[in-house]
Design a protein around this ligand. Structure first.
Ligand code: HEM
Length: 507
């Protein structure tokens, strides 16, 4: 009897072992990660990122292919570098991939909990996206606040004119930044934040915005080894806490003032339109509203951080490319003259549809200099992609910088050739994954309509009435530092653009 029991036990044990081994073999077969460079023990592939991760990843993808795995410490990262695979991620499997891996720095001030840009795509996120679509960026709302943006471009033109009269050097980068900052702040809450020409204040704000995008995008050891979170060895979270505090305190002052106005405690509102803050506060004050004051503050932080730096740096890159490519510049000036006439005139938002070459210049700028070179998403579940398994919770980076410079998609990919878009139907509305500076799918940038208006009107106005003389011809020979980029969540020109404006009347 004892022997029989022993035999029975042996068979049960053998069957369990066989089953386990079958399961292990099966899961390791289906769990085939995309290829990638061999990881070092503990560090994985962190050292391969360098200080320009978008370039390092582009080079690696030329070796390992358009879907590639990197081990960044404990974080499995899948890098996507082709339009076909971007489409799989952002269109076909959007529901799984519209999550975010949240960098530790963004957790400062609990920003990730309240931020539309960083929260997971659940009910709160849907509410905030709906507010963006209906109250912030609808055509009707943007049309009604057009008057304030027109005023800001006019102020820029007056400022440039003054500079041209004294033949002074203009810090184009700063002038564009201040104009975009005030255009967006006026669209949101009808206030200027910085005076044009007030360099110290403008630099202070630029420091905060650039600081936030830099800290959110730069490799941080805490994201790869969460065990170091408490120590914050690079001091990144401490810096981010300071930046967010400054922004939140500033915006809280604006919200407080508007609430007092709404309650009749302050003088009467004199503006001729309802701005975004009016609408958002209406939603906040509704009974049982899901939107609290803290949501409003973090939404404003998001709109500022995501909107200003990206729009301003696109205009600056476009200007830099055009000053370097005089033939393209002349073509654009001719088009502007044909549509607007010879006299001094600023571009209205309604002119954009009549300026195909200007639109092509902007597309070409987005292709070469997408403000967000790597779009960070996360896989909610294990998903099969192109025969490989993308594991649950993996960070998924879409390398749109790499796609924009892929020689199998673009002829002479490193050259600035706006003409390539004149005949082509490729657009950046999220359908053509060859060009997705605003991304695609449900997480796609909600600010596209505002950015579209801002980029074209400011760029066109700066070029219509002025010729620009670069400060140092030697810089031109060196390529104007054209390819020097400063990496963060968004990419900037490493060296701000400076030139002397010469009033041309387009003669
Ligand atoms: C040239 C200008 C701009 C570019 C290239 C750009 C690009 C992007 C990209 C690539 C994303 C990430 C999408 C994704 O995760 O798939 C994004 C998100 C976002 N952008 Fe923009 N953006 C621009 C301007 C703006 C403006 C003007 C605003 C608002 C004033 C804005 C507000 C946002 C917000 C709130 C998000 C987060 C959306 C979410 O996660 O659900 N952006 N943008």
């Amino acid at each position: 009897m004892d022997n029989l029991l022993l035999l029975l036990f042996f068979f049960v044990w053998l069957s369990i072992q066989t089953l386990i081994s079958k399961l292990v073999t099966k899961s390791s077969k289906s769990f085939k990660l995309p290829p990638g460079p061999n990881p070092l023990p503990i560090l994985g592939n962190i050292l391969e990122l360098g200080n320009q991760p978008h370039k390092s990843l582009t080079k690696l993808s030329q070796i390992y292919g358009p879907i590639m795995t990197l081990k960044l410490g404990k974080l499995t990262t899948i890098v996507i570098s082709s339009p076909q695979l971007a489409k799989e991620v952002l269109h076909k499997n959007d529901q799984n991939f519209c999550y975010r891996t949240v960098p530790d720095t963004v957790k400062a001030h609990d920003h990730h909990i309240y931020s539309v840009g960083w929260m997971q795509p659940l009910s709160q996120w849907r509410t905030l996206r709906k507010i963006c679509a209906t109250k912030v960026f609808s055509s009707q709302q943007l049309d009604s606040t057009q008057v304030v943006r027109r005023r800001k471009v006019k102020e820029l033109m007056d400022f440039v004119k003054k500079t041209s009269e004294t033949y002074d050097v203009l810090d184009i980068s700063e002038a564009i930044f201040t104009t975009v900052l005030n255009s967006i702040s006026n669209t949101l809450f009808s206030k200027d934040v910085v005076q044009l020409g007030c360099s110290s204040k403008s630099q202070e704000f630029k420091g905060i915005f650039c600081g936030i995008t830099e800290e959110a995008g730069k490799p941080n050891v805490v994201d790869y080894f969460p065990i170091f979170r408490k120590i914050d060895p690079q001091g990144a979270r401490a810096r981010m806490t300071k930046y967010y505090k400054k922004m939140i305190d500033f915006l809280d002052g604006i919200v407080e003032e508007r609430l007092r106005l709404t309650k009749g405690l302050e003088m009467v509102d004199t503006k001729e339109y309802k701005d975004v803050l009016d609408y958002v506060l209406e939603v906040m004050l509704e009974d049982n509203s899901q939107v609290t004051r803290i949501h409003v503050l973090h939404l404003l932080v998001d709109l500022f951080v995501a909107g200003i730096d990206t729009t301003a740096s696109t205009i600056e890159w476009a200007m830099a490319e055009l000053l370097y490519n005089s033939k393209e510049l002349q073509k654009l000036k001719n088009e502007l003259q044909e549509v607007l006439g010879k006299e001094e005139k600023q571009i209205e938002e309604s002119h954009i549809s009549k300026l195909p070459f200007l639109r092509a210049v902007v597309k070409e700028t987005f292709r070469l200099h997408p403000p967000f070179p790597l779009i960070p998403h996360k896989s909610k579940e294990d998903v099969e992609l192109c025969g490989f398994n993308v594991p649950k919770n993996a960070q998924v980076l879409i390398n749109i910088w790499g796609v924009g410079r892929d020689p199998s998609i673009w002829r002479n990919p490193n050259e600035f050739i706006p003409e390539r878009f004149l005949e082509s139907k490729i657009d950046y509305q999220g359908n053509d994954c060859e060009l997705i500076p605003f991304s695609a799918g449900r997480r796609m940038c909600p600010g596209l309509p505002l950015a579209y208006r801002g980029v074209h009107t400011v760029l066109g106005s700066l070029l219509h009435c002025y010729d620009w003389k670069l400060v140092n011809n030697g810089e031109k020979e060196k390529g104007l530092d054209m390819f020097d980029e400063k990496f963060g969540l968004s990419l900037h020109k490493a060296k701000p653009l400076q030139a002397i404006p010469i009033y041309s009347h387009n003669n």
